[in-house]
Write a protein that binds this ligand. Structure first.
Ligand code: ZN
Length: 440
């Protein structure tokens, strides 16, 4: 029986995660380059981290690791020499992977390279051009519409050259080689919910779990989206077989209610564990089916792998107005929401860690709980959850049903059934089933 919450302080956890989001916010990350490297350097100060470099041009399944992109500065000056867009003000102003340019051009030509959000005129959009070389700027539509005709000066001081893709992993060895995967993408520049909240959650979770004795081994992947998970999968095909369950951590800091997106398998242990935890979380939530769009679950759940990996988030990425804009800022991510998400992840992991099958050692008739001090007095409210958890567990502990099965069938929270298993085992009426580990 494993207790994952010794001395847990939700407020402290929330403020630690929130501080880390704020620390990482200014860095200009991309799928390669020094911004993502510096992000890994900061994560590495909090948890043990192996950082890997994979050369540009490396074939990874149907993809190729791209050139490495770095940027130093970028700006647009208007015909009067006034700086109207500056990368230093906000790194979303430059389209990710923009090739270098230094030129003068009329407004009409410049506009072909400027992206705005006419329906959210006060926000800067987030745009990238990873796999089609080009350059561009992003700005507020309300400012673009005010620009005067004339010749503009444009400069992007960037480099797009052979280099490498960087990813990082934190591995925590457990009692078995079977692994639980926690994956988050780290390739977005200054946006807080997508993707810094996921990075902060994965880092905090790794930091918390590394002090505990665990049944499973845990692999935390910090990767650029899509190309990073494909690169990891391509380099670790043998290891992939050990992954028994996983979660993609993304958009976990906003005020929205939790959402779980099922794995492609749909009814894997991770799907059941997440659904169970949300049902008993005491808050509104949604469970949505797998679809081949979203984040790195697309790769983990591709048919060649079909891993039991779902995604536990708050508001799904395409459903909040601030998504992929400058409004996904530090105000959108709340410490208490980060802490709540952390608690949900820990509860799911608690189910995975403790979901075992037990045997009722007194299966003929009910064991006489009263003489063992295990039959609480039945008060005016009727039979309490404590007794029902014990009775359900004894009844279903025939070696076929795991604690999660018992919890789901009884309608009681997993933690109650787990506590009943502890008490009944101590009193000698229940024991772990031989080969009782549940990794279905
Ligand atoms: Zn995104």
């Amino acid at each position: 029986m494993r207790d994952l919450e010794p001395g847990l302080d939700a407020e402290e956890i929330g403020s630690k995660m929130s501080d880390f989001v704020a620390e990482l916010f200014p860095l200009c990350r991309s799928i390669t380059g020094d911004g993502i490297r510096e992000t890994f350097h900061r994560i590495g100060k909090r948890i043990p981290l192996d950082v890997h470099e994979v050369s540009s041009g490396t074939r990874v399944f149907d993809w190729t690791v791209p050139k490495e992109w770095n940027i130093r500065q970028a700006y647009i000056n208007d015909p009067d020499g006034r700086r109207i867009v500056d990368f230093r003000d906000h790194n979303l102003h430059v389209v990710g992977y923009s090739t270098p340019i230094e030129a003068r051009m009329p407004l009409s030509q410049l506009k072909e390279h400027i992206h705005t959000l006419p329906e959210q005129p006060h926000l800067i959009p987030y745009r990238t051009s990873y796999y089609a070389e080009g350059w561009g700027f992003c700005m507020e539509d309300e400012r673009l519409s005010q620009l005067q005709e004339g010749e503009y000066e444009v400069r992007i001081d960037s480099s797009l050259e052979p280099g490498s893709l960087t990813y990082a992993e934190c591995f925590l060895a457990g009692d078995t080689d079977d692994e639980i995967l926690i994956s988050c993408h780290c390739c977005h520049p200054s946006m807080a919910n997508d993707n810094l909240s996921g990075i902060a959650l994965a880092t905090q979770l790794a930091d918390h779990l590394r002090g505990l004795r665990l049944r499973y081994s845990y692999r935390f992947l910090f990767i650029p989206g899509t190309i990073g998970s494909i690169t990891w999968l391509a380099g670790n095909e043998e290891r992939v077989k050990r992954i028994k369950a996983g979660l993609v951590a993304v958009c976990v800091g906003d005020r929205g209610h939790p959402t779980y997106k099922r794995s492609r398998q749909g009814n894997a242990l991770i799907d059941r564990a997440a659904a169970h935890v949300l049902k008993h979380s005491g808050q509104p939530h949604r469970i949505v089916d797998f679809s081949p769009y979203g984040y790195d679950e697309r790769q983990y759940c591709s048919p060649g792998f079909d891993l039991a990996v779902g995604s536990l988030s708050r508001t799904p990425h395409n459903e909040y107005a601030e998504y992929h804009t400058s409004a996904d800022d530090l105000g959108l991510v709340r410490p208490e929401c980060l802490a709540d998400s952390f608690g949900l992840y820990l509860s799911v992991i608690d189910v995975l860690e403790n979901d075992e099958r037990y045997l009722n050692l007194v299966p003929k008739g009910e064991p006489q709980l009263g003489r063992r001090g295990l039959y609480p007095p039945i008060g005016a409210q009727g039979v309490g959850a404590e007794l029902m958890a014990r009775l359900w567990l004894l009844n279903l502990s025939d070696g076929q049903h795991s604690l999660l099965d018992v919890a789901d069938r009884s309608g009681l929270p997993f933690r109650d059934i787990k506590e009943a298993a502890r008490v009944l085992s101590e009193s000698g009426v229940l024991a772990s089933a031989p080969d009782g580990g549940n990794t279905r």
